[in-house]
Design a protein around this ligand. Structure first.
Ligand SMILES: [Zn+2]
Length: 245
């Protein structure tokens, strides 16, 4: 699971931290969490885009990209979630000054390389969760194309169950489906790459809200967002445990 690939989506790193705290503090008392931790290894990247995230605290709260330099332009940064080798730059921008600049080539960015190398060297990874905000959607592949995956029906069913579990706490409504249909078509995203790399269970979450606060989600919503998201993650992980491959 990774969080904070986009710098300004602060609720995302908050969730990864919450997940670790909650997992470790409920191990032994919560039956499902205990079963999950006894049977699965979770790798959590709390802030993938460290430089960008730091920059949102010091200079520009709404910065999205990383902070890498380019030879051809004085503009900084690449949209890390356009830099993966999955339909790379089919839809992203080739202009370094744009927010969705996809980089000079696929995996040109150190953060993306670090993640893909980690996944390549851990062939036992069965589930990949990548946490964004905002939109309240649970996305299954693909985003770079309107095509669906061979596992589409199963993934969509899991997404349905997970959004149902999430809504059981505060009645927060989520949509689910392929990225190209429930959000917008994008290319070079980590989810599509991971799926193409062989990870069957693949979900991108866009957390609260649907635009009222947007990236500036109110502090009072951090805890409820984390609590409800946890239910979706536990649902998905439980499914994986019951359906190994
Ligand atoms: Zn994002």
């Amino acid at each position: 699971m990774d969080c904070g690939i986009h710098a300004r989506e602060w609720i995302s790193p908050a969730f990864c931290q919450w997940f670790v705290k909650e997992a470790t503090s409920t191990y032994g008392s919560d039956n499902l969490m205990t079963t999950l931790l006894d049977n699965l290894v979770f790798y959590v990247v709390p802030v993938l885009n460290v430089d960008g995230y730091s920059y949102t605290w010091t200079n520009d709260r709404l910065w999205r990209k990383n902070r890498s330099k380019h030879l051809s332009s004085s503009c900084l940064g690449v949209d890390l979630n356009r830099n993966f080798d999955a339909g790379w730059c089919k839809l992203g921008s080739k202009n370094p000054c744009d927010e969705t600049f996809c980089g000079t080539e696929a995996e040109s960015e150190l953060e993306v390389k670090a993640l893909t190398n980690f996944i390549r060297t851990h062939s036992d990874i069965k589930l990949y969760l990548t946490i964004h905000a905002y939109a309240q959607v649970l996305i299954v592949p693909y985003s770079y194309d309107c095509k669906t995956t061979p596992c589409h029906d199963e993934l969509n069913e899991i997404a349905k169950g997970a959004t149902h579990a999430l809504a059981s706490l505060y009645n927060t409504k989520y949509n689910y489906g392929t990225g190209a249909t429930v959000l917008y078509p994008t290319s070079g995203v980590s989810g599509d790459w991971s799926y193409d790399h062989g990870i069957k269970y693949l979900f991108t979450l866009e957390l609260r809200d649907v635009g009222h606060y947007g990236f500036l989600l109110a502090e009072s919503q951090i805890r409820p967002t984390c609590k409800e998201t946890m239910l979706a993650i536990k649902y998905i992980a439980k499914y994986l445990l019951a359906h190994p491959y």
